[in-house]
Structures are given as structure tokens and as C-alpha cells.
Ligand binder design. Sequence first.
Ligand code: NDP
Length: 256
Amino acid sequence: MTNTLTVGKGHDSGTLMGRKVLVTGGSRGIGAATALRLARAGADVAVTYVNGKDGAEDVVRAIEALGRRGVALRADSGDPDEAAGAVVLAAEALGGLDVLVNNAGVGVLGPLEGLAPADVERVLAVNVRGVFLASQAAAARMGPGGRIITIGSCMVQRVPGPGGTLYAMSKSALVGLTKALARELGARGITANIVHPGPIDTDMNPADGEYAAGNSALTALGRYGVVDEVASVVAHLVGATYVTGAEFTVDGGFTA
Ligand code: NDP
């Protein structure tokens, strides 16, 4: 299939050729698919990971096989210095930064009474503070045409059952952040948008896992999504020039 995003020159014509991208949490799952999708469209891509060194190195090799620059950085988004520091290192390694994809996230689900303060701190540190700090550091380095794309969740729009308090709370904060970033950065020609995946087959939410049948049944399409179905929407947003402060639901109708 021809990828129309590779056609033309310069970000305004939709090409991603030579654009410099950081994808947080890019060693597997949605982040790895996004990194590869953007590299196929011509971008140079850095990815972060925490434990998945081998996975991140595989992603870098695949990016390099496409003729693009790939960089793997170990950086825990839950650590404030590392969350911002990864942006600095990525910009240094790639020679600038045009696009930040805030993908790294943790899903801690469970009954309200069982969630400890440490769970609250960890989830907010990775899913919210890390996104804020990375976005702040990225915005400081971006010029016109810059893109901040954040991965939220369909649970912002529909919590299908008990156990989602902490995760839904954390992802909901990212909607406000995205809209506020759009207002803050619009005058500089930088856009900010958020993508809400539904059930996507990854380690976090396997399509053969305990909750899979129920999740599939809640979608209009009756199935899990695959990672590239999210990555393709992220790639579209990198090329889009008049879209900011917007939410994109990629959930097979989970929230319909
Ligand atoms: P996975 O658990 O499959 O992959 C998570 C990725 O993020 C890995 O690369 C992991 O690295 C990295 N990561 C985890 N914690 C950190 C951290 N503290 N700092 C840096 N990197 C980290 O998740 P998915 O691909 O499923 O999810 C990606 C995003 O999509 C998340 O924000 C998630 O909340 C969201 N999402 C997912 C849905 C789904 O159904 N899968 C649905 C809705 C939203 P490592 O390999 O080193 O552990």
C-alpha cells in the first residue's frame, strides 16, 4: 500500500521526511508501531524504554533498515529528571525535535479500596507528570510545525466497569493538558492533540486476556484493534496542519 504521507517536501505538504520524533515508551506495543510507522513515512525517531532494552534496540534496527536514524534511550517517564532529560537527549541525538509522541503509560486497575498512595503516585508520575514535563521540554525546542501528540484512553470517555478510578483519572488529566497546550503553543505554530485508543492488542491489554471477550463485546466492530490502527492516526496527526486541541477516538466504537 502506498503511504501518501511520504509524498512531497516540507511538513506543510504532509510529508514526514526528515522530521525528528521522540516516542516515549517505544520498545513495544503502540509506541513501537508508531515509531516504525513514522520512520516508514520518512522520520528520524528516538524511543524511550525502561526495561525493554532488547525491544527498543530491535525497533532502532528496524528504523535504520528503513534508512532513517533511530535512537534508543533508557528513561523512566515517572522520574521527573528522566522525563524531561529524554527530550533533551533525543533533540541532541537527532539534531532537533519536531514531534513528541507521549505514549508511555501504565495501567493500574483494581478496586478503589485496594489502591495505595504509592499506586496513585506512580500512575500520576508516569501518566501525567511525565507527559507534562516532556511536553514542556519539547515545546522549548520546537519551531513552527511542531507536534505534541498524546496517547490517552477510551476510558476518558467511557469507564465500562469497576476498577478504573486511577487509570481514568490519570488519562482524563491529559485532555485538559492537550487543550491548554494547544492554546499556549498555537501562536508559535505548534499543535497538540490527543488520541484515545480503545482495546488494542498489546502486553498491557492482550486480545486473549482475562477481560478480552468483554472488551470486544463492548466495541461496535466486535474486536480488538491492532497497534498500527492507532499508529496510523498518530501519523495522520503529524501531517495535519489545521488540527489542534482535538481528541481522536480510535476504539472500534467502544464509546459509541
Ligand atoms: P505496553 O504495556 O504494551 O507498552 C508500554 C510501553 O511503554 C513499553 O515500551 C514500555 O517500556 C513503556 N513504558 C512503560 N512505563 C514506562 C515509563 N515509566 N517510562 C518510559 N517508558 C515506559 O502498552 P500499550 O502499547 O498497550 O500502551 C501504550 C499507551 O497506550 C499507554 O499510554 C496506554 O495507557 C495507552 N492505551 C493502551 C490501550 C490498550 O488497549 N493497549 C488502550 C488505551 C490506551 P518497557 O518495554 O521498557 O517496559
